[in-house]
Design a protein around this ligand. Structure first.
Ligand SMILES: [Zn+2]
Length: 422
C-alpha cells in the first residue's frame, strides 16, 4: 500500500508492517503458516480466529489493534532512512467477524483502506463506525481512499441485511414441509443464521468446522451437527448447485437459498408458480413475473429485485456483507477523498471508483469504466459476473466422485446418516 513501509492484505516481502483487514481467502492470498516477513496487525477477533485458519502459524507476529483508538508505530522511512511515525486506527467494517478498515496517518499523508465493508445507513454498528471515522478524521483530508468496489456499479442496489434476513425467514416459512439449505462461506453471515434460528425456534445444522467457528464466536446454543434436530442446514457455498438441489429433491422436498449481493445464473422456470405465491402475497408486491423467460422477481417497496427465484428449487436473496452502490456513494460523499482506488482489482467486474464517484470529490472522471478488453456495451460488469457464476454452476455437482459424495454428506448437502456430535 505504501511501498517499503506498510501493506494491507498484501503479503509479499518488503514492507515493515502488515495489516490484515479480515480473514476471507481473497485477502489472505500469499499468507501461509510459514509466512515470516514482519508483524501482522489485525483486530482482536481476527487474532482469535487466526489459528483456526492458519494452524501452526507463529502467533507471536500478530499485533492486536483495538478499534477506535490511535496506535503509533515507529518505522524507518524508505525515502530518508530515518525514523518515521505511522499512526493507525482500526474501525469496524461491519463485514464479517473481526473485519476492520484501517485509517493511517504518516509521511505519506492520510490513507483510508476500507477492506471489505458494509456501510448501511440505519444499522447501529455502521452509525458507530461513522462516528468513529468522523471523529478520527476531524479536519484531515483523506489523500487516498482504497475502496471496497465489489458493487461499484449502479446496477447494484439491494436492501439492508435486516430486510434481507426477514425475506429469508419468509421464504423458509413458505415451505413448512421442506428441508432448507442455505449456502454460506466459512466466515460471515452469522447474524443471518442466528436470526433464522431464533425466528424459527430451531437449531441450524452447520458442518463440523463451521460449528467450531460458531463456538469460537460465542454461539453455543443455536447450531448443531445433528441433522435429525433440524430441517434447516447451512452448507458451504461451493457445494451449493442446481444439480445438488435436484439430487436432494429426489430424496426429500428441499429449497435452496443463496444469500448474496451478486446476481446469480438465471434459468427459466417450468410452470409451477404456486410455491412462490405465499411469499409474494404475504409481504411483497409482485412486480414482475416470468416476463424474461420465466424468472420470478418479488419486489420490496423501494428495493428492486431483492428476492429472485431463478430455479424451481432455489431462491437468491440479496443479503450482502459488502456495500451496495448507493451506500458507496454515501460513504464517498462523507469522506471526500483527494484520490481513490478500488481494492478489487482482479475481479472481472473491476470498475475504477473514480468513474462513478470522481465527480463527488472533484477527481477527474476516467472516460472508461473498465480496461478496454473487458469493456462491453451497457452493464458489462454485470454480464461478466453472470457468466462467471454460470461457469461455476455449470462445473458443480454433475458427476460426483465418491470422495465428493462423502464430503458433501459430511457438509450437509446430502442427508447424512452418520452424525457427528456437537
Ligand atoms: Zn470479505
Amino acid at each position: 500500500m505504501w511501498k517499503g513501509l506498510i501493506s494491507v492484505d498484501r503479503w509479499a516481502a518488503g514492507s515493515q508492517a502488515y495489516f490484515l483487514t479480515h480473514l476471507h481467502a481473497d485477502h489472505t492470498q500469499g499468507l501461509t503458516s510459514t509466512w515470516n516477513h514482519g508483524p501482522i496487525f489485525c483486530s482482536r477477533l481476527t487474532a482469535k480466529l487466526f489459528p483456526f485458519k492458519f494452524p501452526n502459524f507463529r502467533l507471536s507476529v500478530l499485533r492486536i489493534l483495538d478499534v477506535d483508538c490511535w496506535h503509533t508505530l515507529s518505522l524507518t522511512s524508505p525515502s530518508s532512512g530515518s525514523e518515521t511515525t505511522v499512526q493507525v486506527m482500526a474501525i469496524d467494517a461491519n463485514h464479517c467477524p473481526g473485519g476492520v478498515m484501517f485509517l493511517f496517518r504518516g509521511e505519506f499523508g492520510c490513507l483510508l483502506n476500507t477492506g471489505d465493508f458494509r456501510w448501511e445507513k440505519n444499522c447501529e454498528r455502521s452509525k458507530l463506525a461513522r462516528k468513529m471515522l468522523v471523529d478520527a478524521l476531524k479536519d484531515d483530508v483523506v489523500d487516498v481512499l482504497y475502496l471496497d468496489n465489489t458493487y461499484c456499479n449502479p446496477s447494484y442496489e439491494f436492501p439492508s441485511r435486516e430486510v434481507a434476513t426477514q425475506q429469508v425467514v419468509d421464504i423458509i416459512n413458505s415451505y413448512p414441509e421442506h428441508d432448507i439449505v442455505i449456502g454460506v462461506d466459512t466466515l460471515g453471515k452469522e447474524d443471518l443464521l442466528l436470526h433464522i434460528s431464533k425466528a424459527l425456534n430451531t437449531k441450524i445444522w452447520v458442518w463440523p468446522e463451521r460449528l467450531q467457528t460458531m463456538h469460537l464466536l460465542g454461539f453455543h446454543d443455536n447450531f448443531t451437527t445433528k441433522t435429525s434436530l433440524t430441517r434447516v442446514r447451512a452448507v458451504p457455498r461451493y457445494s451449493f448447485s442446481i444439480p445438488t438441489l435436484e439430487g436432494l429433491n429426489a430424496m426429500r422436498p428441499t429449497i435452496g437459498i443463496i444469500p448474496s449481493g451478486l446476481p446469480w445464473v438465471r434459468k427459466p422456470l417450468e410452470g409451477d408458480d404456486k410455491l412462490f405465491g405465499s411469499l409474494l402475497t404475504s409481504r411483497y408486491k409482485r412486480s414482475k413475473m416470468g416476463s424474461n423467460g420465466g424468472e420470478e422477481i418479488s419486489k420490496m417497496d423501494g428495493n428492486l429485485g431483492s428476492v429472485k427465484r431463478f430455479h424451481k428449487y432455489i431462491y437468491s436473496v440479496q443479503y450482502s456483507n459488502h456495500s451496495c452502490y448507493p451506500e458507496l456513494e454515501e460513504f464517498i460523499k462523507l469522506v471526500q477523498p483527494t484520490n481513490m482506488k478500488g481494492i478489487v482489482s482482479r475481479s472481472p467486474c473491476y470498475v475504477d471508483p473514480c468513474y462513478y464517484f470522481g465527480r463527488l470529490c472533484g477527481i477527474n472522471q476516467p472516460s472508461q469504466m473498465l480496461p478496454q478488453h473487458e469493456k462491453k456495451e451497457g452493464r458489462s460488469c454485470y454480464t461478466e459476473l453472470e457468466k462467471k457464476r454460470k461457469r461455476v454452476f455449470g462445473s458443480l455437482g454433475v458427476h460426483l466422485s465418491r470422495l465428493r459424495v462423502w464430503r458433501r454428506a459430511r457438509r450437509g448437502i446430502k442427508l447424512a446418516e452418520n452424525e457427528s456430535s456437537d
